[in-house]
Ligand binder design. Structure first.
Ligand code: NAG
Ligand code: NAG
Ligand code: NAG
Length: 358
């Protein structure tokens, strides 16, 4: 991709790239500028003896949610797979190179716990590159920061389940599809990686809002995909009015899938991710793409600023083996939503790295 342009290395190049992007009908590609370039997100998983990229047990940042080996996962084959795009190789992740490129910058993940999952993996990858480097960290609850002091690189995680706001009003907690006040904090970052989806279908006691506000209508509920689509459109407008592409690069972390229903991948309906030890050896997922992928792509098409879609859904769908299941330190009985670290999210970061360097 035109990473240099997005990072502001040349205003002329940027203008050129914008023209090319517009000329390509604002197609949401994998950031490709040339249609002949390789699609990094179409491929398959191959066994690679040299994996994983680091030893998760020596990562001081790994969280209990994702630290599968520490919480007793007995099989390790899931650590040994490399994503192999059809028609090209993914560059090997080089943490020192990334720290040099990011010198003095702030990298911020914004989203739900799937963002936290990728953040955690990135911290472990960078730590593995400079194991004796000095780090400092802060945590305000909503905003976590780890700074790699030798490079003055801050990697941050801002918790936002929906990207749009939830506001406490007299009637109760209102999910406002048209409002992103939280965005003020994001503006300080040089690289932003957004994600939302998993909380949209949530109902019952864990649903963190009581009403939805859509325009000037206050509703008790509405079609969740429609709400998701409207909120994402609000975020898209936020990007268009707030992001200056010469200084800030924006990624959208595509939808991270769960594996609770074996029939989706040709297993039995009683199967889940629990006990799965290998990926699907395929380039397509038996149950097909998720409907929400189309919502994301449709909204991204409306943005005129460059946003790079980390289109991780298919490659993650193939990884029914990569979830923590019961091997986590937060007492989730069978977590088939998040991912072990080390593991799949390292590939998401490798893809982000590929987008930045190619
Ligand atoms: C993925 O690559 C294969 C082989 O090159 C091709 O046949 C297929 O159409 C591609 N799929 C997508 C979704 O682009
Ligand atoms: C996937 O299947 C192909 C063909 O059956 C086989 O050669 C290859 O080793 C398999 N790959 C993995 C990672 O199991
Ligand atoms: C570190 O980077 C921040 C911007 O992220 C900058 O404001 C600060 O001056 C830098 N500190 C040093 C010691 O270079």
């Amino acid at each position: 991709m035109a990473s240099g342009a997005h990072l502001g290395f040349g205003p002329l190049l940027l203008r050129y790239v914008s023209l090319v992007l517009v000329a390509s009908l604002r197609r949401v590609t994998a950031g490709r500028l040339s249609p002949a370039a390789c699609d990094l997100f179409n491929g398959s998983w191959v066994y690679d003896e040299s994996y994983p990229l680091y030893d998760s047990e020596s990562c001081p940042f790994n969280r209990r949610e994702f630290d599968c080996l520490r919480y007793g996962r007995p099989d390790k084959l899931y650590l040994k797979y490399r994503w192999s795009p059809n028609g090209c190789d993914l560059p090997r992740f080089d943490g020192r190179d990334l720290l040099r490129r990011w010198k003095g910058k702030k990298i911020m993940f914004v989203g739900d716990s799937l963002s936290l999952n990728q953040y955690d993996s990135l911290l472990c990858l960078l730590h593995a590159a400079v194991p004796n480097g000095k780090t400092s960290s802060t945590d305000t609850g909503t905003l976590k920061t780890v700074t790699f002091e030798d490079y003055n690189v801050s990697v941050m995680y801002y918790l936002s389940h929906y990207l749009v706001d939830i506001v406490r009003e007299k009637i109760g907690r209102v999910l406002k599809l048209d409002s992103i006040q939280g965005g003020r904090v994001w503006l300080g970052a040089d690289v932003l990686i957004f994600n939302t989806w998993h909380w949209w279908p949530t109902r019952g006691p864990s649903q963190p809002w009581d009403f939805i506000q859509d325009g000037n209508k206050i509703l008790k509920d509405m079609d969740r995909n429609e709400a998701f689509s409207k909120a994402l459109a609000t975020w898209a407008r936020w990007v268009d009015s707030n992001i200056y592409p010469a200084t800030t690069q924006v990624f959208y972390q595509g939808i991270s899938p769960s594996h609770y229903h074996g029939q989706d991948w040709g297993g039995s309906y009683r199967e889940s991710c629990s006990g799965q030890r290998q990926p699907l050896n395929a380039s397509t997922y038996p149950a097909g793409p998720l409907p929400e992928q189309a919502i994301v792509k449709n909204v991204l098409r409306t943005i005129s600023k460059p946003v790079y879609l980390l289109d991780i859904t298919l490659l993650s769908l193939l990884r029914k083996d990569a979830h923590p299941s019961k091997y986590n330190g937060v007492h989730f009985q069978n977590d088939c939503t998040h991912w072990c670290v080390a593991g799949l999210p390292d590939t998401w970061n490798q893809l982000m790295y590929a987008a930045l360097v190619s």
